[in-house]
Design a protein around this ligand. Structure first.
Ligand SMILES: [Zn+2]
Length: 615
């Protein structure tokens, strides 16, 4: 009964919107009425439902000028001032509880792309929306916590221990062990097991709980660690497993109302439910749940880590216990046997059904879910056109249905970031694209072809086109326009791609100017439903007469957030608006995906916009 109540509370927190919570509450109250005779549970649920409304209500962030360092992450810090938190990026070597003066703040922004981790969203969930890179230390902490961190950090090979003790993630250790707090959890069970032989178990659990709280105080209360401390407390307060779980869920929800969907909470909870409800083949169900969650949360799974999960878990427990002493010797690197897959809604829905069915009764036929990733990749019937959000640069990817061909137009770089390594390759991996049939490099500019050298070393590219006399080897009409032209600069030499699939035609302009647009009008009688406008939306391109003659429905613009060139220009945006062309800009909405299937086509953006394209 209490478990049902806590799951209802959890659902309210996940729904977040007040209206959704109220609708769910009504529905759930009806369910509780038929399921349980006891009136108290309905009253309790109304209380928790109202509580969730208060907890998820957005809080005003106060921007004060001094902050205390409360969290240390790889490459940045989190500072706290009363209720508000801020992200600090600085070269200064800050420690726990140092006090800093913040001079200037701005909203956190990252170039977000489909299927890739969003740092902005990750922080939003932690209620951190602003960042700063100009701070000054006003007080250096001399606390025990700060000195302890200093000592551990100064040792050689400190990365494994820092990630286990402080959750400062390092690539040498699989996220699953740090994010789920398995170092501490395994250490706890090892100690419990050893001491159980001599002392009474309840007494040891009490002592270990006190020890855990002290540990959290001197190190850090990560999400996973907090959940585990609550679970320890629940084992002392309640004897039945469902009540223990319910207590943990209710308390965690109240402490971290915005983070109940974090893997640090979801994964241990689902595994716990498996170990309680599953009667047979627990091992395989546990592995399948882990596999599904790793795909959903990390978009990749290291098979070695998954298969030997129980062994590694214990190993990390031992490292946790003895890390202080043998820290210098630890240098772990798991063999890399990683498979990538970014699940979409179909997989997530099937995974939830699979999970619920497994809790009732496991059947071998449920393992069919394993082939869903392959079905999704090779049975996708949509023609897909992706405009990646890679800052002030260009990269578009065109995928034919059933993975028949992949064409990429440009792979630009930025000076401040390696787009190929950070965005393009992870995106291709998540889409299971292991070869590019044709790469069109529109012209010789760093923001268009800068990533080529790095890309060709990482993925097979069957054909590279740098000249409009070459032809694109695909089975649908794909032309490079205006092979003969007058161009006065390098931008005007941009290759112009024109292709048709299903009922839609696309025109990709590169950085070509109005001069070239005029020549296009004079040479062809062009129509295009979708245009990738020239030169990142600059006013050197996009002549009103040219755009009008095309009869466009959608305009795509690729440009950097707050770029120094002021792209897209107000003039271009005005022209597009006057012509009633729907304009999507990567700097505003992140990456853009267009899908078409026969006469049905739609567009989706990374920030959640969805629109049907009517032709
Ligand atoms: Zn450009």
């Amino acid at each position: 009964m209490m478990l049902m109540l806590s799951l209802g509370f959890l659902a309210c927190l996940i729904l977040k919107e007040i209206l959704c919570i109220l609708c769910f509450t009504l529905f759930f109250l009806v369910y509780l009425y038929y399921r349980f005779k006891d009136k108290r549970i309905r009253i309790l649920f109304i209380f928790f439902s109202l509580l969730s409304c208060i907890l998820v209500y957005p809080k005003e962030v106060q921007q004060q000028d001094t902050y205390k360092i409360t969290e240390i992450k790889k490459g940045y810090y989190i500072g706290k001032n009363r209720g508000s938190k801020i992200l600090i990026q600085t070269d200064l070597d800050l420690k726990f509880q140092d006090e800093v003066k913040v001079k200037h703040i701005e909203p956190i922004h990252t170039d977000d792309n489909f299927t890739l981790f969003s740092f902005t969203r990750y922080n939003e969930n932690k209620n951190i929306r602003f960042k700063t890179n100009s701070v000054e230390i006003i007080h250096k902490s001399t606390s025990f916590k700060a000195r302890l961190y200093n000592y551990l950090k100064s040792k050689p090979n400190s990365s494994v221990v820092l990630s286990l003790y402080y959750g400062i993630h390092d690539e040498s250790i699989d996220e699953i062990y740090t994010m789920l707090g398995y170092g501490y959890m395994s250490a706890y069970y090892i100690v419990l097991h050893v001491l159980k032989r001599k002392w009474d178990e309840t007494r040891i659990r009490r002592i270990l709980l006190v020890f855990s709280v002290l540990f959290g105080h001197f190190f850090v209360f990560t999400l996973a660690f907090t959940r585990f401390v609550l679970y320890q407390l629940s084992t002392l307060l309640f004897t039945s497993k469902p009540n223990q779980m319910a207590f943990t869920i209710l308390c965690f929800g109240m402490i971290y109302p915005n983070q109940v969907l974090s893997i640090s909470f979801v994964c241990p909870l689902l595994l716990q439910l498996v170990s309680y409800f599953c009667t047979e083949h627990k091992w395989i169900v546990q592995k399948m749940v882990l596999l599904g969650l790793m795909f959903i949360y990390f978009k990749k799974v290291n098979l070695i880590s998954l298969l030997f999960f129980n062994i590694f878990r214990k190993l990390y427990g031992l490292i946790f216990l003895f890390g202080f002493i043998v820290q210098d010797l630890i240098n772990l690197k798991l063999p890399d046997l990683t498979i990538h897959y970014a699940p979409r809604i179909l997989f997530i829905v099937l995974f939830i059904i699979f999970y619920i069915q497994c809790l009732k009764h496991f059947k071998w036929k449920y393992l069919w879910i394993c082939i869903v990733p392959f079905l999704e990749i090779y049975c996708n019937p949509f023609f897909q056109v992706y405009t990646l959000n890679i800052g002030q640069a260009d990269c578009s990817i065109i995928v034919e249905p059933f993975h028949k061909s992949v064409v990429m137009i440009d792979c630009g770089q930025n000076l401040y970031r390696d787009n190929v390594e950070r965005i393009i390759m992870p995106f291709l991996e998540n889409k299971n694209i292991h070869a590019i049939d044709t790469l069109i490099l529109t012209h010789d500019d760093f923001d268009h072809n800068g990533g080529y050298d790095s890309l060709k070393d990482k993925i097979e590219i069957k054909q590279v086109i740098e000249d409009s006399n070459q032809s694109v080897h695909v089975d649908y009409p794909f032309y490079l326009l205006l092979s003969e032209r007058e161009s006065k600069d390098i931008n005007d030499s941009s290759l112009i791609s024109y292709f048709t699939y299903d009922h839609l035609t696309y025109l990709f302009m590169g950085d070509a100017s109005k001069q070239i647009e005029k020549q296009l009008m004079a040479t062809y009688d062009l129509k295009a439903d979708v245009i990738k406008v020239g030169h990142h939306g600059s006013n050197t391109s996009s002549d009103p007469d040219f755009l009008d003659s095309l009869d466009c429905k959608v305009a795509l613009i690729s440009c950097g957030y707050k770029n120094k060139y002021g792209h897209p220009s107000v003039e271009t945006l005005k022209t597009l608006e006057n012509l009633h062309i729907n304009t999507l800009c990567t700097s505003d909405c992140g990456s853009i995906a267009m899908y078409s299937l026969f006469h049905f086509s739609f567009v989706v953006t990374n920030d959640g916009m969805f629109g049907i394209i009517w032709t």
